[in-house]
Structures are given as C-alpha cells and as structure tokens.
Ligand binder design. Structure first.
Ligand code: ADP
Length: 350
C-alpha cells in the first residue's frame, strides 16, 4: 500500500507554548523524508503527530487520502521505530514482532509467515527464540524495525533510530536502512534525525527544522549546493558565511571585489556569501583573498585551516599538506565563482 504523508498547517502546543508552528509538508508515496534540525526544534513532535501520540492544536494530518487527525494510533497503518528500541523485555523476539499483528487480529496462520518475513528482511531470522536481553543493541534495533515492518505499514516513522548505536554499527545500519528502502519502494519513510550525515545519506528530501518551524525543504543536493538560508547552509554541511556587500559584478568582502553570481541582488545591499570549506583552495586563483592562519588542524586526509581575513574567519579544508603553514603565517586562498552562493539578506535569519 503506498500512502504518503501530508502535514496541512499542523501546529502543536504544550501549555501555551507552540512547539510546532503551522507545518506544511508533504512526503510523497515511497519517499524518504528526513526531518533534520537541532534538539528541541519540533522534529519528534511532528513525527508523533503522524503517529497519533500528540493531538495538533490546529491543522490536519493525512496519510494517503485519509485525514487521520482524529484516528487513534493503531488505526493509522503506521510502523514506528524509536531510539530506545522499546521491545517488550519478557517476550521473545518472535512475539515482539508478532505484537502488532495480534493487536490487529491478523489470523494466526498468517502471523507466523509475516513474522518470519520481517525477521528475514532485517537479518534476524536466527534469533526468533531469543529474548531482547540476549541481543546486542544493534540486533535489538533490527527487531524493532522488524516489528514495525510486520504490519506492512504504508508509512514508516523512524525517530533517531541509530543514535543509541556506536559509530561503526550506525554506518552499517544506515546501509541496511537504505537496502530496506529499496526493498520496500512503496513505503513512505519519515526519518527524524539531528545528524546531517544520516539525512544526506538516506533521504530523498530533507526538511530542515528550527525553532518549531520548517526552515527549508529540498533534496540533499539542493540544500547542500544551493542553500537559501544561513541556517540551512550551516546545518547541512560546513559553511563559510561571509558578510559581503553586493557590488556591480559580484560582491565586496573585506575591501576585495569577488566575482560571484548575485542573482540580481540590489547593489549596495548587505548579504551573506556561502562557500563550502572544501571548495576553498590554498594559493592564488580566481576570487583570492589574503589572510593569516589563526589555527590549523590535521584531520588525516585533510588539513583544516582557519584564516583570519580582515577580521573574518575563513575555513579551508585542503588535502593534507606536506608542509603546512604555521600560526600567524600569511596565506592566499581562493574559490571559483560558481562555488559560492549568495544568500540574500532577509532570508538569512533562522
Ligand atoms: P526535537 O525532536 O526536535 O528534539 P521535540 O519535538 O521533541 O524536538 O520538542 C520540541 C519542544 O517541545 C521542546 O522544547 C520540548 O521540550 C517540548 N516538548 C516535547 N514534548 C513535550 C511534552 N510532552 N510536554 C511539554 N513539552 C514538550
């Protein structure tokens, strides 16, 4: 069953405090939408509104064509996985996975097949008779995913599903989730995370949240290459955000004219120029500026240089240098005109 999710101006308040403010967002059938944002920005609240665990103060939630705003959670056809696995400790793996099916009064004979299928899909078939305490964290999370999938949901809600796992397990599970998505191309997935790598890796589109509001939505590439706001630029990837003044054929930064596409911005206006640190090169080139090294970090494959240019900090991530410059040394850095994005004033506030 392919469903899709629609938030139609959904607001949620706790004790007069609006924690989700008029969210308008559509997750297409079969799409993975990441809700990305800092802690407290309203991501989980949005997800819980789809699940039916919080009641919007206003607005509607639709799954497919159905307005589910007033439906109890178990009638919404959703699967949900949260950070803390939330398995029933006294039940074996197979009974945990069967739980939702029993609640839905699926015939006994069918339950067995569906449990086996869900455990197969998550690579947990060999563990059906174990108890959760006999499993690692990663295995428990697989069981939680199997439990969510067993009901064959049209919509899968994942709330920071990897954050309780250590870094190595996390990247393995990320690949597993991508595989599951390929195997279930009709299931819409809403994926709450504060981790941009998870969002960039897994999502078809990312909805960037901050302060109870949707700030931006787009494909990972759009948000990374052409962010509209400072918040998006700095939350999706690293960013140099340089205060500039729009000039005739580019911008002026620290008294230097830089050639960039101003997109018709008004001459003389203040704006912010976004340049990704890995697109800043060391040496002379187009759009070069001179500054002094205030800090240098060796990161294995790269060096991160912090360069003070006329009182502004510019970061450059360059391939590991044989002879890195020292503190206080004067360096020239540059970037290609097409690698800079001008953020107009007025859309730069978070
Ligand atoms: P996120 O998932 O982005 O970290 P949440 O949606 O969990 O953010 O929370 C958004 C805001 O709502 C936070 O300020 C949080 O403290 C508040 N909040 C969440 N749940 C409740 C609740 N049950 N009662 C009161 N405030 C809540």
């Amino acid at each position: 069953m392919s469903s899709g999710i629609r938030f139609d101006r959904v607001s949620v308040a706790y004790g007069g405090n609006t924690v989700l403010d008029s969210l308008d967002l559509t997750v297409e059938p079969g799409e993975v939408m990441a809700l990305l944002g800092p802690s407290g920005s309203g991501k989980t609240t949005a997800l819980r509104a789809v699940a039916g665990f919080v009641r919007p103060a206003s607005g509607r939630v639709l799954i497919g064509d159905r307005d589910v705003t007033d439906l109890p959670p178990y009638r919404r056809g959703i699967g949900m996985v949260v950070q803390q696995y939330a398995l029933f400790p006294h039940m074996r793996v197979e009974d945990n996975v069967a739980f939702g099916l029993k609640a839905q009064k699926v015939a006994k004979g069918e339950i067995r097949g569906r449990v086996a299928e869900a455990l197969e899909m998550t690579g947990m078939a060999a563990y059906a008779r174990r108890y959760p305490r006999e499993l690692s964290g990663g295995q428990q999370q697989r069981v939680a995913i199997a439990r969510a999938l067993a009901i064959r949901p049209g919509v899968l809600l994942l709330d920071e599903p990897l954050s309780a796992l250590d870094a190595q397990l996390r990247s393995g599970m990320l690949a597993e989730l991508a595989r599951l998505h390929r195997e279930l191309p009709e299931v819409s997935i809403l994926y709450v995370t504060h981790d941009q790598v998870e969002a960039l890796t897994l999502a078809d589109r990312i909805a960037v949240m901050d302060k109870a509001r949707l700030q931006d939505v787009g494909t990972p590439q759009e948000l990374y290459r052409a962010p509209r706001t400072e918040f998006t630029a700095s939350f999706v990837g690293n960013a140099n955000l340089l205060p500039v003044t729009v000039a005739a054929d580019g911008v002026s930064f620290g008294g230097v004219e830089l050639k960039v596409d101003t997109g018709g911005a008004t001459r003389g206006a203040s704006a912010t120029l976004c340049v990704r640190p890995h697109l800043v090169g060391l040496g002379a080139g187009p759009n070069q500026v001179v500054g002094t090294v205030s800090e240098i970090q060796w990161r294995g494959a790269t060096h991160r240089l912090y360069i003070d240019v006329d009182g502004h900090r510019v970061m450059a991530d360059v391939r590991e240098l044989r002879e890195p410059p020292g503190h206080g040394e004067s360096v020239t850095v540059y970037f290609a005109p097409e690698d800079a994005v001008l953020l107009a004033a007025g859309v730069t506030d978070g």
